[in-house]
Design a binder for this molecule. Sequence first.
Ligand SMILES: C[S@@+](CC[C@H](N)C(=O)[O-])C[C@H]1O[C@@H](n2cnc3c(N)ncnc32)[C@H](O)[C@@H]1O
Length: 391
Amino acid sequence: MRSEQQLRTFLRVLESYPEDRPLAKFLPEFFRKNKQMGSNDRRSASRLLYNYYRLGKTLPGRKIEERLFIAEFLCTAVDNPFLQHFRPELNEKIYLTLDDKISYLKEEYNFNLEDVFPFGPLSIGIDPEVFLKSFFVQPDLYIRIHPHKEDVVLFALSQTAIPFKQIGQYTLALPNGTNLNAIFSDTEFPTKPFEIQDLSSQQTLGSFKPNRYEYWWDACAASGGKSLLLFSEQPDLKLVVSDIRESVLDNLDERFINAGLRTYQKKVIDLTQNVDQVLHDYHFDGIILDAPCSGSGTWGRTPEMTSQFHEHKIQGFQNLQKTIASNVLKYLKPGKPLIYITCSVFKQENEDVVNYLISDHGLKLEMQEVLKGYENKADTMFAARLIKSDL
Ligand SMILES: C[S@@+](CC[C@H](N)C(=O)[O-])C[C@H]1O[C@@H](n2cnc3c(N)ncnc32)[C@H](O)[C@@H]1O
């Protein structure tokens, strides 16, 4: 029986999963080692695994199978043959709204929404209920179109059956898992006319406000998402990018070439250390600090993190953020902005770090905001613009 087979495969994959690396890395490795699995088996195993982890820490005492059926019930909105086979009484209610499903589970299974993500406190302004419910909805894939390439991208997408939504002049939402390489092939599009970038990440641009010919530093640049945004707003900038990981900076080179960004300096540095030897002559007009963080605002994409996370880690991230922020400030000109960004929902990593920068370093807060991706099938992020004092 197909559903029985799917359940057996799910249990086998779950048992093999060591929970020490992202599912997105583990699953392809597992499938490579288990070549007998066809594409349908892979698809259903991935779906069941991801949905299972969307339950987070709820219903801890229930059997794995029971939790899986409840996860399927919450995360699917169309007739579900798997559920029909094992729990027809749940499949019968598959068309209920998420709110009604949650009420039903509360009654019948003692389900408690708060247990999905029992961590906190959350940043100010986050609606806990809406945030928690977003865990049962797969986030969208967002792209940012390069300037003047809107027609090319919209035309290519209109030739496919893929439903996409235009959010702004340069921003499109596509269903998760859309194979953009198939639509924008290397032969037809040797340089890609867009970046894959989450909606909230794109929205951090609002806090940058760069001016022409200024000198900016993207201090934790990774593969350069924020630098590319900065460049899209103000191409006439001088730019330094750095990260502790050399490998991610190699990806950055590729993305920069694709976007036409050619003049920048690149440095591999550990910002918990004294970096004066490398940066003693630098005085920046703006610093973007997209700090290492729990990533809790992105767990809608990596739901396995919710059940693997331990709350005590938040303090460790805050310590790291304070250290790095204190170290970079030395290279910021007085009167100029530090843009502090995280993809965390925790107040301890967001407002508390901002308050520390104000109280211990005399920075002036110009604005701070939570980018509520949980309302838009996107990541949730935090961005603050702080000005270094003139003294
Ligand atoms: C949130 S990610 C940055 C994402 C990037 N700005 C983007 O838009 O794609 C944080 C980065 O901080 C880097 N990082 C972590 N610890 C660091 C340290 N001690 N010094 C410098 N960079 C560090 C990580 O390697 C990671 O790439």
